[in-house]
Design a protein around this ligand. Structure first.
Ligand SMILES: Cc1cc2nc3c(=O)[nH]c(=O)nc-3n(C[C@H](O)[C@H](O)[C@H](O)COP(=O)(O)OP(=O)(O)OC[C@H]3O[C@@H](n4cnc5c(N)ncnc54)[C@H](O)[C@@H]3O)c2cc1C
Length: 413
């Protein structure tokens, strides 16, 4: 065989992450001769970081609201072709037994490496030709097929699946170079911004409450209008706010910041009570122990560092007893507990984000086959597209579903 023939396949998949491996496996299962090109020294590195090393690979609860896209009906049309049951069955066949934690599925071994191992083994069994340390630098649509230019020379394929991921995470290879490959072929990008990421705030007091974790609700206001809210365990850091509920609303905050809107996060540390109920509850608590100082009064209710901050911000005298609080002071206290406002100045960097929002504009991609509407024979899969999911296994479900559809279609078309 000549060098050129060695580097020729029916389907070339660019990017050996979750969606690219799924696309390669599906195309090979359909009988195609598949090349998988990965710029890292091994495939699937990001999979190892998922779910804190345990890989939350899908979620039994699915709804349209779990996925975001500038083209809202697009994800559904792909996800219904490869739903959660198909994901579960696919991985069961490869040897992954699911462990269900409130609908989030993990491999029973609780090791993300299990998911990567079975994908790699399946690629091997199906004779997918994997080329690592191979970075695609340019894609040229020829008639017919594609020339795939890389740092190690050119490859040739009848069909190409672009599954190069996004800019999110510090995992090597997450450099967003796939966007440029798509743009060079004429595709437009929806602005790429971090999502599932921490939010940085302007107030100077954050170091004093760093490390605090408290149940609560976070609402994001953009120019004073609520654009997202979520409940769960809030985490306070030395620069701002974090935790799963903050991750869930961070995409909306990033978008509002990008649009140069004023972004405020409102934290409610007792969301299970309405304002009246909170007033009754605290006043009854004060009546039962009227001589407690505010500091003592909060013990057992909220984390100490948080109460110290409220006392400072509310300018309450340290030794003031709760039975001497004025109406105005009570009001101030209710606001600090349930409407704690903080100014969001930016998100953390792409390297800290779990996913990106934005990407290849899905209006230029078939919602049935994931084939480019501009370049016949070019397909997309995974996070490179303008689709992102909330926390809880949804981003991997998108990777599996889109990888499956792109692989199946590229092999058959
Ligand atoms: C810390 C962390 C935890 C996460 N946990 C979860 C979780 O538990 N559940 C969940 O559903 N989601 C989770 N996610 C999100 C999920 O991992 C991603 O959405 C998913 O891996 C995206 O798959 P992908 O195939 O589109 O991209 P990737 O997995 O990023 O794969 C893209 C691949 O393409 C390669 N590549 C890029 N450009 C080129 C090029 N020019 N040439 C050749 N190769 C290239 C990259 O090196 C990479 O290997 C997590 C993400 C992070 C960062």
């Amino acid at each position: 065989m000549t060098k050129k023939e060695n580097r020729t396949g029916q389907v070339a998949v660019i990017g050996g992450g979750a969606s690219g491996m799924m696309a390669a496996i599906t195309a090979a299962q359909s009988g195609a001769d598949v090349l998988l090109l990965e710029q890292n020294d091994r495939v699937g590195r990001k999979i190892l970081s998922t779910g804190n090393g345990k890989c939350n690979y899908t979620n039994l609860y699915q709804a349209d609201a779990c996925y975001h896209s500038g083209n809202p009906s697009f994800p559904r049309k792909i996800l219904r072709q490869f739903d959660v049951q198909k994901t579960v069955d696919f991985f069961e066949q490869l040897g992954i037994s699911p462990k269900n934690r409130n609908g989030c599925l993990y491999p029973r071994s609780e090791q993300a490496s299990s998911v990567l191992d079975v994908l790699r083994m399946e690629c091997g069994r199906l004779k997918v030709r994997i080329f690592t340390e191979t970075a695609c630098t340019r894609l040229l649509a020829e008639k017919p097929g594609f020339q795939v230019q890389t740092n190690t020379g050119d490859f040739f394929a009848s069909k190409v699946i672009l599954a190069a991921g996004s800019r999110a995470s510090s995992v090597p290879g997450s450099d967003g170079s796939g966007y440029m490959l798509a743009q060079n072929l004429g595709h437009r990008l929806v602005p790429v911004l971090p999502a599932l990421v921490q939010l940085r705030c302007s107030e100077k007091f954050y170091p004093s409450i760093a490390g605090v974790r408290a149940q609560g609700k976070v609402s994001i206001l953009a120019n004073r209008v609520c654009v997202a809210e979520e409940e769960g365990e809030l985490q306070l850091t030395n620069y701002g706010i974090s935790g799963i509920p903050v991750f869930q609303v961070s995409g909306a905050a990033a978008r509002a910041l990008y649009q140069k809107r004023q972004v405020t996060a409102v934290l409610n540390f007792l969301p299970e009570m309405g304002r009246e109920e909170l007033a009754d509850f605290l006043k009854k608590r004060a009546l039962s122990r009227p001589r407690k100082t505010l500091e003592e009064f909060f013990i057992g209710l909220f984390p100490k560092k948080l109460c110290d901050l409220w006392i400072r911000l509310g300018e309450f005298p340290r030794n003031q007893c709760v039975d001497t609080l004025t109406k105005a002071q009570w009001k101030k206290l209710f606001c600090l507990i349930q409407q704690f406002q903080t100014t969001v100045t930016q998100t953390n960097a792409f390297s800290q984000a779990q996913v990106c929002q934005g990407g290849v504009d899905t209006r230029e991609v078939s919602p049935e086959t994931l084939e480019s509407l501009l370049v016949p024979g070019l397909y997309f899969a995974g996070e490179i597209l303008d689709v992102d999911g909330i926390c809880g296994g949804y981003n991997l479900q998108w990777a599996w579903a889109s990888g499956h559809v792109a692989g199946r279609e590229a092999a058959h078309a």
